[in-house]
Write a protein that binds this ligand. Structure first.
Ligand SMILES: Nc1ncnc2c1ncn2[C@@H]1O[C@H](COP(=O)(O)OP(=O)(O)O)[C@@H](O)[C@H]1O
Ligand SMILES: [Mg+2]
Length: 257
């Protein structure tokens, strides 16, 4: 399998909350993080709260810029010489967030929300409208749902709207940051199965971030364990979760039982 998206030696820090007479200190959030996802593969990223999962997700999609290291898409740098995310790569990497409520503008109709990522793309309006209806069908939302507002949908349906918006640019990889964590267990299963189905139909890769090891076990081929901004263990999901080599991994497993 060929590598689709790769992070190399990512370093990221933020300025500390407290400044003292010694000056403000920087807090390292990610330290020398390298990982990759292959075509049609799902990489799970696990780690306790504050380990750097969301920061890494934002860097992988180009929403945040690392101080050091690079993101490569099909071997090509995500950013150009000026540090801007390349326009041809941007539509290929999409993200889904935990909170569909917060991620969807309540004043916009589903049509407007799902269409929004297409504004940057050189497509006719007719083609954009066609794609909106196509992805709504893809995630099994009713076509007449396009004129409704997010509040009129259930939590699971709102996450389908978010998935439709991610799909509309025809991405190769979707980065899902705790994408099912806010849903009840039965809705989680439905949404996870939808994601697996979409992966098969569209040949998608996923980077699936979750603190929930049951979810990771269900969806991921490989897993990377993040601890205080470092990858401490990585390998096929079942070997990492059934035969953990590191204490961090064992602690995560113990905490999830
Ligand atoms: N903009 C920021 N300002 C200050 N601290 C931040 C910022 N972004 C992230 N952090 C810190 O980075 C660490 C990792 O955060 P995050 O990536 O959200 O972790 P996770 O998603 O694994 O819970 C945390 O300690 C958090 O406080
Ligand atoms: Mg997070």
């Amino acid at each position: 399998m060929s590598v689709l998206l790769e992070a190399r030696n990512i370093q990221y820090s933020v300025s500390g909350h407290t400044s003292s007479v010694f000056g403000s200190r920087r807090k390292t959030v990610l330290q020398d993080v390298s990982l990759h996802v292959a075509e049609q593969e799902t990489l799970g990223i696990v780690g306790s709260s504050g380990s750097g999962k969301s920061t890494l997700s934002r860097i992988l999609t180009g929403l945040a810029q690392p101080e050091n290291g690079e993101i490569l898409f099909q071997g090509k740098d995500l950013r150009d010489a000026a540090g801007q995310v390349r326009k041809d790569i941007r539509p290929k990497i999409q993200m889904i967030f935990q909170d569909p409520q917060g991620a969807l503008d309540p004043r916009q109709t589903v049509r407007q929300i799902v269409k929004e990522p297409l504004h940057q793309m050189a497509l006719s309006n007719e083609e954009k409208e066609r794609r909106v209806l196509e992805v709504l069908a893809d995630v099994a939302l009713p076509q007449d749902g396009a004129e409704r507002y997010p509040r009129m949908f259930s939590g699971g349906q709102r996450q389908r709207i978010a998935i439709a918006r991610a799909l509309v640019t025809r991405p190769s990889v979707i980065i899902a940051d705790e994408a099912v964590s806010a849903l009840d267990v039965s809705t989680q299963a439905v949404v996870l199965n939808l994601l697996l189905d979409l992966q098969e139909r569209h040949g998608l890769s996923y980077i699936f971030v979750s603190h929930d090891l049951a979810v990771i076990r269900h969806i991921s081929h490989r897993v990377a364990v993040l601890d205080e901004g470092r990858i401490v263990e990585t390998g096929p999901t079942l070997s990492v979760l059934d035969h953990p080599q590191q204490s961090t991994t064992r602690d995560l497993i113990a905490a999830s039982l």
